[in-house]
Structure formats: structure tokens, C-alpha cells
Write a protein that binds this ligand. Structure first.
Ligand code: ADP
Ligand code: ZN
Length: 614
């Protein structure tokens, strides 16, 4: 509840206090009174100086017959005052002579009920309700997305202030390494924002919404900022998940505020990260639906439609799930322009590394191309992390510069997980060594598989050992024969264990999962099974959006489902048999590799060649 405003409550409290004070003042009847001791009161009574008393519980207030001097302690000093009235407290010990004494001195006695007055009672009963109704009222105000105004003016607006950022960015296209095609596509947006009038005169179609599509960490945010920097316009940004994560009901008003501010600052760019968080197909939600998200989405759509033809505001959104977006978002006039931000290939990875090492002290003569080649699939964010990790390693070792060995270690840590300190019995070590030797030998013996980069039996992450293969270049197409060999390599570990120890162990679980997933994709996604045929099925799809998967019907028959299962199993079995044949025919090499692994724990590609070749 970070946005809760205390101001209205302070006002309410002050009002209640004031009412109390006034009430008390009236009750006092404005007589000059002083607090006196009970004995003083008895003394005055004996002196026949008490005209009347009011008794309320243990409290007596009253008037003197003549004005009387009373000394009081005011801020530690004795002050003598001349007063007409008094107040005192009856001691808890009963004083049976009080009433007779009062009547004998002809004092007028009034007894008051100890019950508090009706007004105070009413206040006590009503106050909690007032507070509850107040909260409810403020809550519904927010729900109705009423704009700023009234006591809670800052309520919904302050959210936008906290969660959106508005800035003049310094980043330019030069800060984005690689991605030349995407930059070229975005150049048009930059031209428009720089000089809208001229752009329109030439007759360019004014863009409104651009969707950047790409995996996380590939630099979508960076690219959007660079567009703003190149054009020299104000950059507003918000993450769509933040629209809906805060108070219920403020998502839509936040969208409106964002657009209002951006229009005021035009020309400007609004960047919405993770658009899929609000932009998922309507109706795809499950578990009670998500009205909040839909309201936010609707507001976003109507804001985009409400753009004046000549309003120089461009909305750039980023997502890695364009497939789940609501089609309404992609209609002309909305996010109709798509720019794909790809995972960098090794040449771009080298450029990204270059940008990042500029911030650290790098040792002389390091070929970043080698690192770039050794990091297939890594994104800009991963590479940034790699360089950072290497710098940390270097400083931990007390080195002056970051060397190749640090980069290499950082890479291993990211690709294979951090080394784990754990006790491993010699027997376990032997099993792991044979397991990894099985993977390694299978990969080494099959032509056309990715070269072995490193094999280790030092526990890393969740694995007891790791065999790491690295492709020579990035691949975009995988032929069937290559994938089949990959299955063989993955089965190599388990097969080697069975060959040597006569039984399998739990160590192959991860391998089996990989094998099954890959075989499933080969059959269901890539049509690589003749028996199933060249079709794709909803099985084995990558990271299905939960709601979509539940909603997706099974579009194939039971007979086909059975055939798919058979084919996946057949792929896996064939791979297992091939691995078995391969390893048993090369048992001596397997033994040598396993022995070397137990001895040296980590072998690089060259060392593996040496052992197998020798
Ligand atoms: P996304 O928005 O796609 O998830 P970001 O733009 O947040 O990714 O990028 C994550 C980090 O990676 C940023 O710190 C950025 O500097 C870095 N990065 C990503 N791609 C590149 C690139 N092409 N050039 C330079 N840095 C990059
Ligand atoms: Zn394995």
C-alpha cells in the first residue's frame, strides 16, 4: 500500500478532535475553576464557602460562595488564582459524613449520571462506521478510475509517477551492438519523430505502434531507448506487468495518465515492456477471468485509437510472446509494425562483448571472437552478465586485468552452473566418470556432431558431471541425421553405465528428459517420422501459455496419439541401440577416458582427442 495517502485521514482525525474539544468547552459552562484537593474542599465546606456541587461518579465540581484564592502548580511553579469554581476527586475511601455536612451547610447538590452524554456515545458508535464507509468510498472512487481531484488527488496519479519513468535518453544506435536490420527498420520512426512535417509532406505513412519481438535480454528495451535518443524525444516507459500488479482498478487510469503525459511532451515515445502481460487474448484467461487486465487492455486500445493523426507520439511495445497477443492489438493503426529483435549470432556477440569490455580493464591480446563463438544462444544480457562475472572473478583473485581464463570460467559458470562443493565417494566418482565418458565418446565417434568443448566430473548446478559440446557456428536448421546423433550422444551416458556396471542409475534422468523432449519435437513439430507423417501437432510445443494450452483442443485422434507415442519411443530406442553398439565396440577408449576423468576431473577438447587418439 505504498501509495496510500494519509492526508484525508488526518483531516478526519482533526475534525473529530475539534468536535471533542468544543463539546468539553460547552460542558464547562465557562466558569473560572481550579483543581483543589479533597481536604481543601472539606475545609471550604466547613468554612461555609461552598454554594453548590455537582457530583458525577467520584468527581465533584462546584461553585464557591465567594471568589477564593487557590494555589495551583502550573508548569512546576506555584500560581495563586482567584476563582469562582472548583473541581476535586472524592477519595476511594468512603466519606459517610459528606452528604450530612453538605445539607447542614445548605449546599445545593446535583447528582449527574456517570453515563457519558448521548453525543459522545453516538460518536463512539458511529466513528468506526464512518471510517469503514470512508475507506469503501475512496476504494470505489479509485475503481471508477475517476481522475485526479478532491482530497485524494494524488491517489491514482502518484502510481503513474512511481511506475513510469520519463527521461531524455542519451543512448543512441551506436550503443546497440549488432541488430543492423532492426535498426534499419526503426530508422523510419526516428526520421518521423525528428521531423514530422517533412515526413508527412513526402507522404510517409505515419506509424503509431511498433512491436519489438524477441527473446528476453536481446536488447529490446535498449533499442527503444536508442530510438528515443536518436530522435531526441522524451522517453516514457512502463512495464505492462506493473499496470496490473498494483491496486485493482488503477491499471486503466495509469494508461490514461501515461498517454496524457506523453501527449503533453510530444514528440515522445511511450515504451511498454512485457506487453503480453496485459495484451493476452481476451477470454484466454482462466480461473475467474481477469477483468482488471481486460480493462487495462481496452483503455490501451482506445488511447491508441484516440490518437490524433498529427500527434507525434509513438508507442513502442516489447514482447517475447507475440503469439498470445490479442489480435485487436495487432490491427492496423495499433501495433501494426513488427520489428524482430533476434538472438545475436557470433559476430554480433563479439560486438556486444566489445561494448561491454569497454567498462573493464581487459588484459592484452584477448580474442573476443573465441568467447563469442563459445557462447551460442547467449543474449546481450547474458553476455553483459558474463563480462561482469569475469570481472568479479578477476578482482577476487586480485588480478589487475580480466584475462581469458576469467572469461572462460565465467562462461562455464553461466552455461553449466556454479561449481558445487560436495563430498563424492570414489564409487560415485567412477560412475560419473563413465557416464560422462559415454557422452563424450559417442560425440567424438559420430561424425558431424558438435565438437567436445569440455567434459568435467566436478559437480555443477544440479549435475554431477557435464559434457559440453559447442557448435562451430550458429545453426538455424538442424537436419534429421544431426538430431538423431544428438539423441545418441544424450543416451551415451546411461548406456556406458549399463555397459560397465550392469545397471543404470538415477544420474541419467536429465538426459532422458532431454531425449524425450527432443524426440517429441522431431515427431510432432518437425514431421520427421514417416509413420506419423509431415504434420504438426499441439504436442511438444515450446513454452505454451498456460491458458492457451488448456484452451487448445487435442486436434488429433486417439489412434494418432498412439502412433505418436510409438514413434517417439522408437526414436529413443534406436538412439540407445546405436549408442550401445558404438560404446561396446570402443570399450578400451571408454575405459581410458573414464580413467583420465577420474584422474584429472576436467578435460578439454584437445585432451579428449589425445586420450582417444593415443
Ligand atoms: P530486453 O528488453 O530485450 O529484455 P534489455 O534491453 O533490457 O533486453 O537488455 C538487457 C541488457 O543486455 C541491457 O543491459 C543491455 O545493455 C544488454 N544488451 C542487450 N542487447 C544488447 C546489444 N545488442 N548491445 C549492447 N547491449 C545489449
Ligand atoms: Zn548425462
Amino acid at each position: 500500500m505504498g501509495e496510500f495517502s494519509w492526508r484525508p485521514w488526518i483531516v478526519v482525525m482533526v475534525a473529530i478532535l475539534l468536535a471533542n474539544v468544543l463539546f468539553a468547552l460547552f460542558a464547562q459552562q465557562n466558569i473560572q475553576t481550579a483543581e483543589i484537593s479533597y481536604s481543601r474542599f472539606r475545609a471550604e465546606l466547613a468554612a461555609d464557602n461552598i454554594k453548590q456541587v455537582r457530583i458525577k461518579g467520584p468527581i465533584i465540581t462546584g461553585e464557591f460562595r465567594a471568589r477564593t484564592k487557590v494555589s495551583e502548580q502550573v508548569q512546576g511553579k506555584a500560581v495563586v488564582r482567584d476563582v469562582a469554581g472548583f473541581g476535586t476527586v472524592i477519595p476511594a475511601i468512603s466519606d459517610p459524613t459528606l452528604m450530612p455536612d453538605l445539607s447542614s451547610h445548605k449546599v445545593e447538590v446535583t447528582a449527574l449520571s456517570t453515563e457519558s452524554s448521548a453525543m459522545v456515545n453516538a460518536l463512539i458508535y458511529v466513528a468506526p462506521w464512518l471510517i469503514i464507509i470512508g475507506i469503501w468510498w475512496f476504494g470505489t472512487r479509485a475503481l471508477r478510475n475517476q481522475g485526479p481531484g478532491g482530497m485524494l488527488g494524488g491517489f491514482s496519479r502518484s502510481g503513474a509517477r512511481t511506475y513510469t519513468t520519463q527521461e531524455k535518453v542519451e543512448v543512441t544506435f551506436d550503443d546497440v551492438a549488432g541488430l543492423e536490420n532492426s535498426k534499419l527498420e526503426l530508422k523510419e520512426i526516428v526520421d518521423y519523430l525528428r521531423n514530422p512535417k517533412q515526413f508527412e509532406r513526402i507522404g510517409g505513412k505515419v506509424p503509431k505502434g511498433v512491436l519489438l519481438v524477441g527473446p528476453p535480454g536481446t536488447g529490446k528495451t535498449l533499442m527503444a531507448r536508442a530510438v528515443a535518443g536518436e530522435a531526441g524525444v522524451t522517453f516514457f516507459s512502463i512495464s505492462a506487468s506493473q499496470f496490473i500488479e498494483m491496486f485493482v482498478g488503477v491499471g486503466a487510469s495509469r494508461v490514461r495518465d501515461l498517454f496524457t503525459n506523453a501527449k503533453k511532451a510530444a514528440p515522445s515515445i511511450i515504451f511498454i515492456d512485457e506487453l503480453d502481460a496485459v495484451g493476452r487474448s481476451r477470454g484466454a484467461g482462466f480461473g475467474g477471468g481477469h477483468d482488471e487486465r481486460e480493462q487495462t487492455l481496452n483503455q490501451l486500445l482506445s488511447e491508441m485509437d484516440g490518437f490524433d493523426q498529427h500527434q507525434e507520439v509513438i508507442v513502442i511495445a516489447a514482447t517475447n510472446r507475440p503469439d498470445v497477443l490479442d489480435p485487436a492489438l495487432l490491427r492496423p493503426g495499433r501495433f501494426d509494425r513488427h520489428v524482430v529483435i533476434e538472438r545475436p549470432d557470433w559476430r554480433d556477440r563479439e560486438k556486444i562483448l566489445l561494448v561491454n569490455v569497454a567498462k573493464i580493464a581487459l588484459a592484452e591480446g584477448i580474442d573476443l571472437g573465441v568467447v563469442a563463438r563459445g557462447t551460442p544462444g547467449m543474449t546481450g544480457a547474458d553476455l553483459e552478465n558474463l563480462v561482469n562475472e569475469a570481472a568479479i572473478l578477476a578482482s577476487r583473485e586480485g588480478a589487475d586485468t580480466v584475462g581469458m581464463e576469467h572469461l572462460e570460467k565465467a562462461k562455464d559458470k553461466i552455461l553449466m552452473g556454479g561449481e558445487r562443493k560436495m563430498f563424492i565417494s570414489p564409487e560415485e566418482k567412477r560412475v560419473t566418470a563413465y557416464h560422462e565418458a559415454g557422452h563424450t565418446l559417442a560425440a567424438r565417434l559420430l561424425p558431424g556432431t558438435d565438437p567436445i568443448h569440455k567434459v568435467t566430473i566436478i559437480p555443477r548446478g544440479m549435475a554431477l558431471g557435464v559434457t559440453q559440446q559447442l557448435p562451430e557456428d550458429d545453426r538455424y536448421h538442424y537436419p534429421l541425421s544431426y538430431l538423431e546423433k544428438r539423441l545418441v550422444v544424450a543416451m551415451g551416458g546411461r548406456v556406458a553405465e549399463r555397459l560397465v556396471f550392469g545397471e543404470v542409475s538415477t544420474g541419467a534422468q536429465n538426459d532422458l528428459k532431454q531425449v524425450t523432449d527432443l524426440a517429441e519435437k522431431m515427431v510432432c513439430q518437425w514431421g520427421m517420422s514417416d509413420k506419423v507423417g509431415p504434420m504438426t501437432f499441439s504436442r511438444g510445443e515450446e513454452q505454451p501459455f498456460l491458458g492457451m494450452k488448456l484452451a487448445a483442443e487435442k486436434t488429433f485422434s486417439e489412434a494418432m496419439a498412439w502412433r505418436i507415442d510409438q514413434e517417439i519411443a522408437a526414436f529413443v530406442r534406436r538412439a540407445e541401440q546405436r549408442a550401445e553398439g558404438l560404446l561396446s565396440a570402443n570399450r578400451s577408449k571408454l575405459d581410458r577416458l573414464a580413467a583420465a576423468l577420474q584422474e584429472e576431473e576436467t578435460l578439454d577438447g584437445a585432451r579428449v582427442d589425445e586420450i582417444i587418439g593415443g
